[in-house]
Structures are given as structure tokens and as C-alpha cells.
Design a protein around this ligand. Structure first.
Ligand SMILES: [Zn+2]
Length: 173
């Protein structure tokens, strides 16, 4: 079962095949560039200073790993920026007003103090971004379906995604 994992390795551990393939191609093209060469030399000097013995192959792999990590970070930042912009636009919609009312109502029911509108807006934006990230993750990796409410009489059950919350009604064959 795939779940969203926070951290840099999300895309490597649970990433889409296309992304990994593109990253491999990018890494291959990176070998031999000036950037690659200077990183290779820097690491080599570093290991000599530390008196650590490393083969050229090991250093090469390390340089490539660092490059991949950077690519993944860039990709994540890009996604975060895009979603932040969307979240800002969301705050100007009617849906946002409704969500705000609901969130306040829930807090009231739980006997919690209601934060300022400013804080509530921030909180709702965070929730929005987290939800969108889960949707993007599912889009790339497929949903993590869980079947509930089996109804043998009518031959139906519900499918809910444990990651993004998407819902389907299933009609058995
Ligand atoms: Zn999903």
C-alpha cells in the first residue's frame, strides 16, 4: 500500500516510474558536465583530507546521488510554490467562506477557542495544500483503496482512498 511519506525521499520511494526514468536520464546527462567535474574533484579532495579511501566509482555514485537529491528538492519546491499560489486564490472563493464557517462551527462544537480570521485563513490554506499534495501523489502513484460497507444483498461496497479521500461506489459483477 502506498502512503505519502514526508521528506526528501518521497519521490524516490513512492515516486512515479516516469519521474524516476526522467531523473535517471537527467543524471546520465549530468555526468561529465563542468558542474559534475567540480563536484567530483571537491569530494575527492575531501576524502583525501579525511584519509578515507573511496574508489572513483563510489565517488561518482555519491555525486550522482547528490544531484538527484537536489532535483527532487527543486521539484518539491516547484510543486509547493504552485500549490501556495492556488491556496491564495482559494481564499477568494465562496467555497473558502463555507469551509471557514464549517471549521469555526466545528471548533465551537468542540468547545475550542476560535482563532482570529487571519489564523483561520492560514490554517485552511495549510489544509488545502496538504490535500492537494495527497491528490498529486495519488495521481502519480495510484490510489490506496480501502473497501468498506460491503452489502452482499445488493452486491455493492464503498471504496475510499486512504491517502486523498476519493470515494467510489462499487457494483460487484
Ligand atoms: Zn487517492
Amino acid at each position: 500500500m502506498q502512503k505519502e511519506i514526508d521528506g526528501e525521499n518521497t519521490l524516490i520511494n513512492g515516486g512515479s516510474e516516469n519521474f524516476i526514468k526522467a531523473l535517471e536520464e537527467k543524471s546520465e546527462a549530468y555526468v561529465g558536465t563542468d558542474m559534475y567535474n567540480s563536484m567530483f574533484e571537491e569530494l575527492t579532495r575531501c576524502y583525501i583530507r579525511q584519509k578515507t579511501e573511496k574508489t572513483d566509482e563510489e565517488i561518482k555514485n555519491e555525486v550522482i546521488d547528490r544531484f538527484k537529491t537536489q532535483c527532487i528538492k527543486d521539484e518539491k519546491n516547484e510543486l509547493y510554490e504552485k500549490l501556495s499560489k492556488e491556496a491564495e486564490e482559494y481564499t477568494h472563493t465562496d467555497q473558502f467562506q463555507l469551509d471557514m464557517q464549517d471549521a469555526k462551527y466545528m471548533l465551537e462544537m468542540e468547545g475550542e477557542t476560535i482563532p482570529s480570521d487571519f489564523q483561520m485563513t492560514d490554517r485552511l490554506k495549510e489544509i488545502y495544500i496538504a490535500q492537494k499534495r495527497r491528490e498529486v501523489f495519488c495521481e502519480e502513484n495510484g490510489h490506496s483503496w480501502r473497501e468498506t460497507n460491503p452489502d452482499p444483498e445488493n452486491g455493492t461496497s464503498d471504496l475510499d482512498c486512504e491517502c486523498c479521500g476519493e470515494h467510489h461506489s462499487l457494483q460487484w459483477l
